[in-house]
Design a protein around this ligand. Structure first.
Ligand code: SF4
Length: 110
């Protein structure tokens, strides 16, 4: 037969267990949600990696020897339509009409 003290101890342990799970989840959830919703910033031309890769916002103006006519971010494998993200530049968006020397022909259909 459980005494009143034992029941209080059991209730405390149950609440402590729930808190041990709920508090970390509650603290982590807003961080992940805000990271997912974080808007991309247009890639600045002053970005060192962009500069090193000869990134331009208008592919038609690119004079680089390795630029293929018709190549642009919009038809690059590393480009994500909809968000204009480029997997080379985390946190940034690139211009769909842009280009850089890392361009790789997209295999996306459509
Ligand atoms: Fe554009 Fe592709 Fe270069 Fe990214 S890797 S900047 S999508 S050309």
């Amino acid at each position: 037969m459980a005494t009143n003290e034992n029941m209080q101890r059991r209730r405390f342990l149950i609440l402590a267990g729930i808190s041990a799970i709920a508090v970390p989840v509650a603290l982590r959830w807003p961080t992940e949600a805000s990271a997912a919703a974080k808007p991309l910033i247009p890639l600045p031309l002053t970005n060192a990696q962009a500069h090193a890769l000869n990134y331009a916002e208008d592919a038609s103006l690119v004079k680089a020897a390795n630029h293929k006519p018709g190549s642009a971010c919009a038809n690059c494998q590393l480009f994500t339509p909809g968000t204009n993200a480029c997997s080379l530049f985390a946190g940034y968006s690139v211009a769909p009409k842009g280009w850089c020397s890392a361009w790789s022909k997209s295999t996306r259909s459509g």
